[in-house]
Design a protein around this ligand. Sequence first.
Ligand SMILES: NC(=O)c1ccc[n+]([C@@H]2O[C@H](COP(=O)([O-])OP(=O)(O)OC[C@H]3O[C@@H](n4cnc5c(N)ncnc54)[C@H](O)[C@@H]3O)[C@@H](O)[C@H]2O)c1
Length: 457
Amino acid sequence: MKNKKLILIQGLGVIGSINAFCIAHKNYNDQVIGFEANDKIGDEIINKIKKGKFPFKSKDKKLRLVVNSVKKNKNLIATNNYEIIKQNKSPDIVICCLALKYFSTKKKQMVENSKFIKNFSQIIQNINHKTLIIVQTSLPPGFSKKYLIPMASKTLKKNTKGKFDVPLYSYSYERVTPGHRIVDSFLKMQRVFACNNIKSKKLFKSFFSKILNFNNSLLELDDITECETCKILENSYRATNIAFLNEWMDYSKKLKLNLNKILEFIRLRPTHSNIRYPGLGVGGFCLTKDPMFGKYSMNEIFKFKYDKFNFSTNSIIINRNMINHTIEIINDELINLKKKRILLVGITYLDGSDDIRKSPSLELGRILKTKFGSDVVYYDNFYSKKLQNLNKINFEKDYFDAVIFCVKGSFQNNVLKSKVIKKTKLILDTNQIFDKKITNYLKKLNKKFIILGDYKY
Ligand SMILES: NC(=O)c1ccc[n+]([C@@H]2O[C@H](COP(=O)([O-])OP(=O)(O)OC[C@H]3O[C@@H](n4cnc5c(N)ncnc54)[C@H](O)[C@@H]3O)[C@@H](O)[C@H]2O)c1
């Protein structure tokens, strides 16, 4: 086809993959090529896409429709062979969905930054003056202007023999929420963006307004650093909002208050409707690192040494330690945790996703095992990869001193009728998992059924 666009996507983690599938689905006349790393993880992802599958498990029913339509169109290829870039025409669109990790030491972060920039240089190697680059990775604000735009400018100059040196660059972070609504979180969520000039803005708008075809879907910021900041602030706000509840959980536990009911009433006030819930803290890849990027940007990119970014950076520490609150409750109830058999139900960081990065329940299990000498078994019937001590359980024969429910959707309701649940000393709901009916059932079944946040037991 004459106007067939060539779209390259780099990094097919959950974010790159949802980009690749949704863009190939919406732009069925275009060719999408997704690039992965040349390693075991990359190979697994590529093989799944080659088989016409989405490489990550998700409970989103809409995902099947999107994946099937792409399979039918045959317009998505996944590869780790960067050589094919040279064999093709210059790409129309290049999308970077790599991950930039955060390290607390300056040296390690510099190594990570260099690795990222080197990888980025591979995907832009064949750009010309009409190629639009869209970077979606969460970055310390200032990163694009300091590293990525100069790199793209150098490449463009080389590719056009000095004729052009201003690449068409845009930064537009994604707002994907893996799990039950991953497709809608991509296709129906407004997208914030910023571009380096009028031409890139025009191209960006034309490309994304067809993918997100609803009113006011594109929110423009004037400056690329502003847009990078928007992402980091958005995630820092969320992480801080969660961390804020930690001290109120400790307070309410000491005073034996029902914090859940208090919060329910606070949420009714429109200005306070998004106050968070008591829980195990924060998991996943983003909220556990992005709040550090504000400080990193301030100190290392813009060289303002004095700013500590107290709220954002402390949110990470508080969220990591939030687990201790739950450990205290288990310890109070079982008196001594040594050799106690504990079943943790749900190991992913989010319901409906198979991501276990920084999973709070796995961390809870690790602490119970290593610090307290407990015998921990995990159960999760959604997570399908192999893991030590996972699903080695017979619900009709085994005994556990405590069953800790961590993730909704990680078990089937018949588990609740099993002997394990009937015989255990303590059942703890750490994540507002059960509705009123099941709560009443469990209360009748076991006198030690505790819901995190309700300390009137
Ligand atoms: N996971 C989420 O829920 C989520 C949500 C919102 C935003 N984000 C942000 O989106 C970005 C991507 O997140 P993710 O979870 O998909 O990360 P990820 O680490 O899972 O994905 C990155 C992928 O890039 C691949 N890769 C590494 N080197 C490569 C190379 N040279 N060429 C091609 N591929 C290469 C890796 O194998 C990996 O699969 C991050 O900045 C993250 O903070 C993630």
